[in-house]
Design a protein around this ligand. Structure first.
Ligand SMILES: NC(=O)C1=CN([C@@H]2O[C@H](COP(=O)(O)OP(=O)(O)OC[C@H]3O[C@@H](n4cnc5c(N)ncnc54)[C@H](O)[C@@H]3O)[C@@H](O)[C@H]2O)[C@@H](O)CC1
Ligand SMILES: [K+]
Length: 489
């Protein structure tokens, strides 16, 4: 599990640790890790041209000390001081003593740089880049240099991933002690590039429950349902899918395609798309009439492609005593009180537009404040919420469990019908017994991984059908199983 901690928590842990160490020790650890990462990116340090953008705080200090280390290895290092009279005194002195210099012309230095260190602001930064920093960040981006963000890209919000105004775009980020939530959440995540974590001894001073977390392959493998020898289809769970309409028959097929690959023992489809579903998936059970008359299921997935007829079906499944996933058309007219009073878990899976409608705000507000939006929806509905998008987030109601950010997303998933596959898949995981936060985050992970595998296999663009077809490969990938059947050769 990759874990991330808010600024307040990181600062408290740092204070505890610093009290036991000689002054400056943490900054030297950070700078040593940063310089080593830069050396790796440069390949050859001797003769490389490095520019350090140094703000007035300790983030600038890290960058200046790392610059000094690179200068001692033969790099030509020039510092651009955003606030010359408030630059980190120890860092600047070390840089100058190591053969570095202050740049005469910042833009000339940036244009010729092989590597730029962004030490403008770190966890102490507030708001986007200030006016004097914007042209420097743009010049760094416009050069051929590798741009490395120190701790986080300057101008991004460490706790939320928000970018208010302009932020630096990095090719890579080297962060210290712990991931910050913003590094895992768009739009900040998108500014960071690949993130490397440099341990500075903070780990044992951090609380066991992080503020945000992201699954990795091993976590998904552990959470995935495994059929036991004595399992039959009912013990493995039956997922009910209520999707599709005369207008959107494809949604039924795609949701069932996802559901068949989610680990439930059987898929019961209820709705007007039964003929299309049976033609494509004869292994599914199909039923007409209302969901409540369709026979026992262990979870429902309701909403994709229901069109105008969603209301009755949603009311019907919400009245059941099993977990319910509500998506797409099912989210329109959803009453918070009805969801709050359910005894069984509810999982809502809006995209930003649907989330905006539920919250009564604009889509842009949701996109720019994804973490706050998903938390607010979970609180308002007393439900687990999976907010789809550039970084899919899953929040459970209450503060006990950290929000999960999906690290497996890909822009290629922004294709018609891919959400229907995710609904079926995630509903199936609910029916197989995963709790709503696990089902949502495992569903999003496998869905993203399947899309990546489909793209690698068949090229882009990919279709929703291909995403569904690649789900078994995604499950094998997380379990590290190659395409051979054990015992059969
Ligand atoms: N506390 C510690 O022991 C450690 C801190 N470290 C570094 O210290 C950083 C935090 O340092 P600070 O608390 O000094 O804070 P920062 O260096 O992140 O920024 C604070 C300074 O930037 C200015 N500022 C705020 N918002 C700005 C904006 N939008 N544009 C321009 N300037 C802005 C403030 O006036 C202040 O002078 C971390 O991100 C990390 O890089 C590391 O060295 C590890 C150890
Ligand atoms: K920075």
């Amino acid at each position: 599990m990759r874990t991330a901690y808010c600024v307040e928590t990181v600062r408290a842990a740092e204070a505890e640790l610093m009290a036991r160490l000689p002054g400056g020790a943490l900054m030297h650890r950070a700078a040593a890790g940063l310089a080593a990462a830069c050396a790796g990116l440069l390949g050859r340090v001797y003769g490389a041209r490095v520019v350090v953008l140094a703000g007035s705080g300790d983030n600038g200090g890290d960058a200046l000390y790392a610059g000094a280390r690179l200068a001692r290895r033969g790099a030509g290092v020039a510092a651009v001081l955003l606030a010359p009279d408030r630059a980190h005194p120890g860092g600047l002195a070390d840089l100058l003593a190591s053969g570095g210099r202050v740049a005469d012309d910042p833009f000339e230095a940036l244009a010729a740089a092989d590597l730029v260190l962004d030490g403008i602001t770190g966890i102490g930064g507030k708001g986007g880049l200030r006016a004097d920093a914007v042209p420097l960040a743009r010049a760094a981006r416009g050069s051929n240099a590798v741009v490395v963000a120190v701790d986080l890209p300057s101008g991004t919000e460490a706790d939320t991933g928000e970018v208010r105004g302009e932020a630096l775009r990095a090719d890579a980020t080297v962060t210290f002690g712990a991931y910050k939530p913003g590094l895992l959440v768009d739009p900040a995540h998108d500014h960071a590039g690949p993130v490397r974590l440099v341990p500075i001894g903070l780990e044992e001073h951090l609380p066991s429950v992080p503020d945000l977390e992201a699954l990795q392959h091993g976590d998904v493998a552990r959470l995935l349902p495994h059929p036991a020898a004595e399992s039959d289809k009912y013990r493995r769970g039956v997922v009910g899918v209520v999707a599709g309409s005369a207008r959107y028959p494809g949604a039924a097929v795609l949701a069932v395609a996802g559901a068949l690959r989610g680990g439930a023992g059987a898929v019961r489809y209820v709705g007007p798309g039964a003929d299309a579903v049976i033609a494509r998936f004869p292994e599914s059970l199909v039923q007409g009439g209302p969901p409540s008359k369709a026979g026992r299921v262990q979870a429902w997935a309701v909403g994709p492609g229901l069109g105008e007829d969603a209301e009755g079906a949603v009311r019907d499944v919400l009245a059941s005593d099993v977990p319910v996933l509500v998506d797409a058309d099912g989210l329109r007219l959803l009453d918070p009180q009805t969801v709050r009073t359910r005894a069984a878990p509810t999982l809502l899976t809006p995209h930003a537009g649907e989330a905006a409608a539920l919250l009564g705000v604009s889509r842009e507000e949701v996109e720019s404040a994804r973490l706050a939006s998903v938390r607010e929806l979970a609180a308002r509905f007393g439900a687990t919420v999976l907010l789809k998008g550039s970084t899919t987030l899953v929040a459970a109601p209450g503060d006990a469990a950290p929000v999960r950010a999906n690290p497996m997303g890909t822009p290629w998933l922004a294709t018609a019908g891919s959400g229907d596959v995710l609904s079926g898949l995630t509903g199936s995981l609910l029916a197989a017994g995963l709790d709503a936060r696990d089902a949502g985050s495992v569903g999003a992970y496998l869905h993203g991984l399947a899309a990546r595998l489909a793209a690698a296999r068949g090229g882009t663009p990919i279709t929703a059908q291909e995403v569904a077809d690649a789900l078994p490969s995604a499950c094998r990938d997380v379990r590290n199983i190659r395409d051979v059947v054990p015992g059969v050769s």
